[in-house]
Design a protein around this ligand. Sequence first.
Ligand SMILES: C[S@@+](CC[C@H](N)C(=O)[O-])C[C@H]1O[C@@H](n2cnc3c(N)ncnc32)[C@H](O)[C@@H]1O
Length: 298
Amino acid sequence: MSIKKEVPLAQLLEQLRQQFEQAQLFYGHGTDNPWDEAVYLVFSALGISYDEDASIMQRLVSEQELARLAPLVQQRIEKRVPVAYLVKEAWFAGYPFTVDERVLIPRSPLAELIAQEFASLVKQPPVRILDLCTGSGCIGIATALGFTQAQVELADISEAALALAELNIERHGLGSRAKAIKSDLFTALEGPYDLILSNPPYVSQTEIDDLPPEYQHEPVLGLFSEEEGLAIPLQILRHAADYLSADGVLIMEVGYSHEALSARLPDVPFLWLEFAHGGEGIFMLTAEQLRAAKAALI
Ligand SMILES: C[S@@+](CC[C@H](N)C(=O)[O-])C[C@H]1O[C@@H](n2cnc3c(N)ncnc32)[C@H](O)[C@@H]1O
């Protein structure tokens, strides 16, 4: 960062925008362009509220603040560290979550369904919710904030991830309504759940090797799944029915593995959901459909 002397915020952001553009960074962790990326980094690192009016652009950024920002900008450009890890915060479904390299950076299109409280997908407000493969806890916690009477369990195989999920449970004041549980998929869990949500690992090794360097900072445990990405999603599909209530539903993300999954299970009636704000590869299946499909899932 070449600016060293006190400067208006607008000028600093424009300089960073140009630097990010020249460095050809990859955007996929909360923003999709260099200006928004600069705003995310500077506002979060300096504790500036996103609710400020336009006059905030005239605010002067002090020399001390510039000195604090410089190493973050350097890591973003030279090491390609995503901003969320630099400022330890990501936004999901309108809520802030504490994140670091122990968890994947929240970005699931499921956020859109959560914001709509799963309108038309669930018959009545779910009482017991499971967020399987929870990472930071973002999906389960944001869902529980919408369904204020629900109990939510956040399950992950990684103790490191669960430590962060617990921090986020506390941050959002869910108290005894939320529980973080160490579990290899369903093994330590007890149903029945009315709603199972999952954004499991579904990326094959070849695809991981091809990902932009920003993604190489994320835990491989959060991305990688055997059998061309399908091993973990298939395991969840095989067992979900045993953990759902009679009217329960499973909503799971498999991203760009959706074509491979449909091709592998042509007789399973996946309902692939559509998103106004982008994203694909999220399906819904009812408990009834999963039970009926058991033979096809073996
Ligand atoms: C794609 S990340 C999703 C994190 C979070 N749900 C989100 O959307 O940001 C997948 C998570 O699954 C966890 N995981 C991987 N294998 C697992 C297993 N066998 N059982 C439970 N969790 C697992 C990883 O530790 C990681 O936190």
